[in-house]
Design a protein around this ligand. Structure first.
Ligand code: NAD
Length: 293
């Protein structure tokens, strides 16, 4: 069995390395990034998405957003032109659920299976192979590829039909963004009131307000370290997909819309490439105070 891996960026490259390390035979391709390091580890290089598809039984994509996934899979020179009947495509990018379903339908017409399987955890967990993977698709296809996903993630959960993985990732991104905004708002208030934000963090982290997000992001906020991590521009992409999906379903998401405007303000302030913990900078500017340890 050959696994084709498309999209060798921050996340895809270490994920592909973990599959090579687990003993799988890989064919790799990226439209813009070099992949000599993966070839040196034993992978074969492809010359296009189509070429990769011809040579693979299972194809994994890890691309920035919906348009890239559509181009790589359905576009000219794309996977769909070379993929074998009976193959499975696993898209691990964070994209709009409607696009997951559109791609799945186009592949199904060629007798190709599809799973949407976005991830949470960022680069460190991609390197460690401990990502949280949220999958959508039929249970038989999922069962067949689960051992492969388990080489990249420590939690691999089937959440529903095609598109359910992408919906779950949007839910994840809403909760993370709102949580960072809440931590920022509260820490600015505490600082202005003369209470050390480090002491606030120490006092509440093991109580009801504590969270994985707070544990990961509060130390960055207190250090003034906004090196990504997860870039603000990527979170804007995810919240745009969340807003579009919600509005198409007739679901108002007022808090998501509010945090989206905070992210837009930070982008205008040249912070698009900062970590999303820089949400605190928006609040600091409003209150004219800095939250530091
Ligand atoms: P990235 O931009 O580093 O990598 C994407 C790669 O896709 C690039 O190397 C690019 O050259 C390639 N690419 C783009 N279009 C292509 C095409 N048509 N054909 C072939 N290759 C193409 O992005 P990333 O940080 O690795 O993120 C990938 C996905 O994972 C995104 O959806 C992101 O939201 C999600 N994600 C990222 C993180 C993170 O911390 N970076 C965490 C969780 C989820």
């Amino acid at each position: 069995m050959v696994i084709g891996f498309i999209g060798l960026g921050i996340m895809g490259r270490p994920m592909a390395k973990n599959l090579i390390g687990a003993g799988y035979k890989l064919v790799v391709y990226d439209k813009f990034a070099k992949f000599d390091d993966l070839v040196a580890l034993g992978a074969e290089g492809a010359v296009s998405n189509k070429d990769l598809a011809v040579r693979s039984d299972i194809i994994i994509t890890m691309l920035p957003n919906s348009p890239h996934v559509k181009e790589a899979i359905l576009g000219s020179g794309g996977v769909i032109e070379g993929v074998k009947a009976g193959a499975t495509v696993i898209d691990m990018s964070s994209i709009a659920p409607a696009v997951s379903q559109e791609v799945a339908a186009a592949l199904k017409a060629r007798d190709v299976n599809f799973i949407d399987a976005p991830v949470s955890g960022g680069e460190p967990k991609a390197v460690d192979g401990t990502l949280a993977i949220m999958a959508g698709g039929d249970p038989k296809t999922f069962g067949a590829v689960k051992p492969i996903l388990e080489k990249m993630g420590s939690s691999v959960v089937l959440v529903g039909d095609v598109g359910a993985g992408s919906v779950t990732k949007l839910a994840n991104q809403i909760i993370v963004a709102l949580n960072i905004a809440a931590v920022s708002e509260a820490f600015v208030l505490a600082t202005k009131a003369g209470v050390k934000p480090q002491s606030v963090f120490n006092a509440i982290k093991d109580g009801l307000a504590g969270s994985t997000v707070m544990n990961a992001k509060a130390p960055m906020i207190l250090d003034g370290n906004f090196k990504p991590g997860f870039r603000i521009e990527l979170h804007i992409k995810d919240l745009q997909n969340a807003l579009d999906t919600a509005h198409n379903l007739g679901v108002p998401v007022p808090l998501t819309a509010g945090v989206m405007e905070i992210l837009q303000a930070l982008r205008s302030d040249s912070l698009a490439s900062s970590d999303h913990s820089a949400i605190v900078r928006y609040y600091e500017k409003l209150a004219r105070i800095e939250v530091r340890a």
